[in-house]
Design a protein around this ligand. Sequence first.
Ligand code: FAD
Length: 212
Amino acid sequence: MRSLFRFRTTARPAPVDLRTRIFAAGDVASRFKFTHMSDATARIVIRNALFFGRDRMSALTVPWCTYTDPEVGHVGLNECEARERGIAVTTFVQELRDVDRAVLDSEVSGFVKVHVRQGGDQIVGATIVARHAGEMLSELTLAIARGVGLGALATVIHPYPTQAEAICDCARSRSGRDRHRNSSISDPSRGDQKSRRRVQSHPADATSKAIV
Ligand SMILES: Cc1cc2nc3c(=O)[nH]c(=O)nc-3n(C[C@H](O)[C@H](O)[C@H](O)COP(=O)(O)OP(=O)(O)OC[C@H]3O[C@@H](n4cnc5c(N)ncnc54)[C@H](O)[C@@H]3O)c2cc1C
């Protein structure tokens, strides 16, 4: 090192931009190692590398599905992640055994669970356990990605009978509007222990109780 300091020059260093321009997409660039994420990140790379885009991966709403039977689909935050970020949520749950299409198809194992920012309408996350959870998840993914509130989903007409009606049921339990054919199902927060539609609040503090 000492010999370096003995070497002196009056020449100014050439202005070299040492910032690298390396782009990466797919599994190597994401904690979400899914085919659809490879596609999404590749599109970001193309926009940012070739068209001066400033898109960020962190801005993506990422759904995923595990193809068990029933499938497990998820998008956004779960209760624990919401708590870690200090976001208090209210959770709406609709069991599939109270959804006519699931009963007709003998696919009653599962539920739709939607987390909404407490005191508001913004959907922050959702989990679906159902035979076709992956197919059902896109409606909630679109709602989160485009800022459509749960209340708005309650006003969307869903074809009958479909298992996706469970999403609508969650939305309607938030707005207090029960459908006529499910009118016997009441909100457990009003004291009916037999109810399969559940509403629970999760404060942002660490003492809040998560539901399974
Ligand atoms: C068994 C299995 C099941 C999966 N199921 C699902 C699923 O149901 N849904 C889902 O979303 N995701 C699934 N995944 C994950 C999904 O396959 C990956 O997330 C996705 O393929 C990652 O894409 P990628 O382009 O980053 O990498 P890859 O698809 O792995 O592509 C990398 C490519 O680079 C090539 N390569 C490697 N080294 C070199 C080299 N030195 N020179 C030149 N080429 C090289 C490889 O041959 C390969 O073609 C599954 C993965 C596995 C292993």
